[in-house]
Ligand binder design. Structure first.
Ligand code: ADP
Ligand code: ADP
Ligand code: MG
Length: 665
């Protein structure tokens, strides 16, 4: 089982993460890529890279034949699946083994039995591990589910037995709503996992998500690496994780870890895995599922234990033994934040586009696992997670504070991201107290909007305005003996209005040039003395003070052009500034009652036809983008005049998909 060359069957940050350890261990590395990723960082980071196919995951990263052919073409003798894609695909693991290649992960039968949440529940029940009351039988009829739900009691949670990533899950509060939820979940599950089977669980209100990292070797040893808490979730998916959990004391930890090891031993577990639980607010916990792979949040465990989990995956795949449980120690506290291309102010809708700037934070105890760089194009084909920031501290408060600083230093510009949202979550007093549940975001952040500190917005607008003025001054043809930027009519102020993301109102800035790169700036009833000390195309150093004041303050701003907008970055954060048009545009045409694509994506199904009656809220089109399905509804009552898309179409944001003739009032 010695291997020399590892193919990493994944992309983005996880591919880079796995490649890094493979290189540390002296292994040769191979990346695979789709056409959308031909220039991606993970391709450059490996010794060799092999093209799989077109951008769609089905024809590239999810295509078992192509991945195996790639491995064979370069003589790779091991495959690491990362997470997502083929990581929990038992057929893939089996076919890798059949091809004489080592699969760095659990045995195929383990993946198969745990990939089915129903059989996982059964196995754990048999070992005396508590599971959430539920129904996971073979009878999949609506009638059987309705009867089961009555027995369990509402609310119930509908889950796909083959589910993952929160997909296909929905909470049902009353019997009337169950058949529709079942139908939708079956469709989503069949599409996403190729298996429409469902199960029901009692919906535990306000639980905490707590999970235990396990490792198993080929000699029958299974050990745990303590717990992680991942209660901060949106759409049943984690966005902030930490280790250890603030809710777990020594006694509960011992029980949780024992239950996890019991599960691992029952499975004869090989490799790295995670046993997930939910805990109620009284500390009772129930088994949820086993993830038979490395997990997105594995770095928090690495930060508190000092282990390299990928290295252990490689070692146990080679047949090497694990150390004894007592050798696994933990110290301090670690927090991970997932940086997603999504808009927290708009229902976490994924966003796309070119990454105009990616500048990660750095410093002691700060780790950044990123899949993007400046110039990366975030498309619609893959997961919208761009990167993860992980921090460590002696205790929870220190790790959290370090994270707030690190996220402040992170510059990620282009697609809308959740960076500022994460900072606000970490600053929330309830987060600080560790008062978490999976309902935390819904409870505290359902109304979140980006708010920029007014003075910070003002400084950034002054920075762009004066940068522009200085640039224009320097590029004017210069007469001999006349210095650039010199103007005869220095008295006339130049004024403009700016919109700033997160600011309440337009910011009106006027300035008058007082000399070489020296200005008086007026904003409302305030005025400042400003000097441009240094500048280039993409930065400006500004000194700003009260007129005649003794203590002007120097700040450096970076400016990133984005069409007509400028992103202005300083050490407090970033703002997108746009000079407002001097003549307001006429209002754009009314949209009527039809529907417009809110993001680029693929049309999954069309639910209406020409001539159909619709009411406000009638679902008309189902769109999929970045692994998420969204139902687009009619804005008001009317009649469908035309359907302008077809199932399977790839469409741009803003495309009109259905025209509806609105009813006359
Ligand atoms: P976890 O249970 O490890 O937290 P997540 O909820 O983050 O997993 O993600 C669920 C699924 O999303 C993963 O199993 C994986 O399919 C996918 N996923 C997340 N991030 C990525 C990525 N960077 N590349 C590919 N797939 C990803
Ligand atoms: P997935 O495979 O999609 O990760 P899980 O079964 O692990 O599905 O559940 C994902 C998340 O959904 C959990 O972290 C938790 O927040 C929530 N959840 C799952 N089961 C329940 C339940 N019975 N009651 C309340 N919340 C649940
Ligand atoms: Mg899960």
């Amino acid at each position: 089982m010695m291997f020399q060359k590892v193919l990493v069957a994944n992309r983005g940050e996880i591919a880079l993460r796995v490649l890094r350890t493979c290189r540390d261990l002296g292994l040769r590395t191979v990346s695979v890529f789709s056409d959308a990723d031909a220039d991606a960082p993970h391709v450059r980071y490996a010794n060799e890279a092999v093209r799989l196919g077109p951008a769609s995951a089905g024809e590239s990263y999810l295509d078992i034949d192509r991945v195996l052919a790639a491995a064979q073409s370069v003589g790779a003798d091991a495959i690491h699946p990362g997470y997502g894609f083929l990581a929990e695909n038992a057929e893939f693991a089996q076919r890798v083994a059949d091809a004489g290649i080592t699969f760095i992960g659990p045995r195929p039968d383990t993946i198969r039995s745990m990939g089915d949440k129903a059989s996982a529940r059964d196995l754990l029940v048999a070992r005396g591990v508590p599971v959430v009351p539920g129904y996971s039988g073979e009878d999949q009829s609506d009638a059987r589910f309705v009867a089961a739900a009555d027995e369990i009691g509402y609310p119930v949670l509908v889950k796909a037995v083959a589910g993952g990533g929160g997909k296909g899950m929905s909470v049902v509060t009353a019997a009337e709503a169950l058949p529709e939820a079942l139908a939708r979940a079956r469709r989503v599950a069949a599409g996403a996992f190729g298996n429409g089977n469902l199960l029901l669980e009692a919906y535990i209100t306000a639980p905490r998500h707590i999970e235990v990292q396990i490792l198993g070797d080929a000699h029958g040893r299974v050990l745990h690496c303590f717990e992680r808490e991942c209660s901060v979730q949106r759409r049943f998916q984690k966005i902030i994780e930490e280790a250890p959990s603030a809710a777990v004391d020594a006694e509960m930890r011992a029980k949780l870890c024992e239950a996890a090891v019991t599960a691992g031993e029952a499975l004869g577990y090989l490799g790295a895995g995670t046993v997930e639980f939910i805990a109620d607010q009284n500390g009772a916990f129930y088994f949820l599922e086993v993830n038979t792979r490395l997990q997105v949040e594995h770095p928090v465990t690495e930060m508190i234990t000092g282990l390299d989990l990928v290295a252990w995956q490689v070692r146990v795949a080679r047949g090497e033994p694990l150390p004894a449980q007592g050798a696994i120690e933990r110290r301090g506290h670690a927090v991970e934040c997932r940086i997603y291309a999504e808009d927290p102010a708009n229902d976490f809708l994924p966003s796309t586009g070119l990454v105009l700037d990616w500048t990660p934070p750095c410093g002691d105890h700060i780790r950044v696992d990123s899949g993007v760089e400046t110039g990366s194009d975030v498309g619609i084909h893959y997961d919208p997670m761009l990167a993860k920031v992980i921090t460590w501290g002696e205790d929870r408060a220190e790790a959290t504070q370090r994270m707030i600083g690190a996220l402040g230093d992170l510059s990620v510009i282009g697609p809308t991201t959740n960076r500022a949202f994460l900072v606000d979550v970490l600053r929330h007093p309830a987060y600080g107290e560790g008062a978490l549940s999976t309902g935390f975001l819904a409870e505290h952040f359902s109304e979140w909007a980006l708010i920029v500190e007014p003075d910070a917005a003002l400084r950034r607008v002054i920075a762009v305005a004066l940068h522009e003025a200085t640039r224009r001054g320097a590029s004017r043809p210069v007469l001999p003996g006349v210095r650039p930027g010199w103007r005869n009519n220095r008295g006339a102020p130049i004024a403009a209005d700016w919109t700033v993301d997160g600011a309440e109102a337009l910011i009106s800035v006027a300035y008058v040039r007082r000399g070489d790169n020296v200005f008086t700036v007026t904003v409302g009833d305030r005025s400042f003395h400003a000097a441009v000390l240094q500048w280039s195309d993409d930065h400006v150093v500004l000194e700003l003070g009260d007129p005649g004041g003794d203590h002007p303050v120097r700040r450096r701003f970076r400016l990133i052009a984005d069409g007509t907008a400028r992103h202005v970055v300083d050490l407090d954060g970033v703002s997108k500034c746009v000079e407002a048009p001097r003549f307001p545009f006429t209002e754009s045409e009314e949209e009527g009652a039809g529907c417009v694509a809110p993001m680029p994506g693929r049309v999954v199904s069309i639910l209406v036809a020409e001539g159909d009656r619709v009411e406000k809220g009638t679902p008309m089109v189902i769109l999929e983008a970045m692994k998420m399905e969204q139902s687009l509804t009619a804005a008001g009552p009317g009649t469908v005049a035309s359907v302008r898309c077809a199932e399977g179409d790839l469409i741009e944001a803003g495309a009109v998909l259905v025209d509806v003739e609105a009813d006359d009032d």
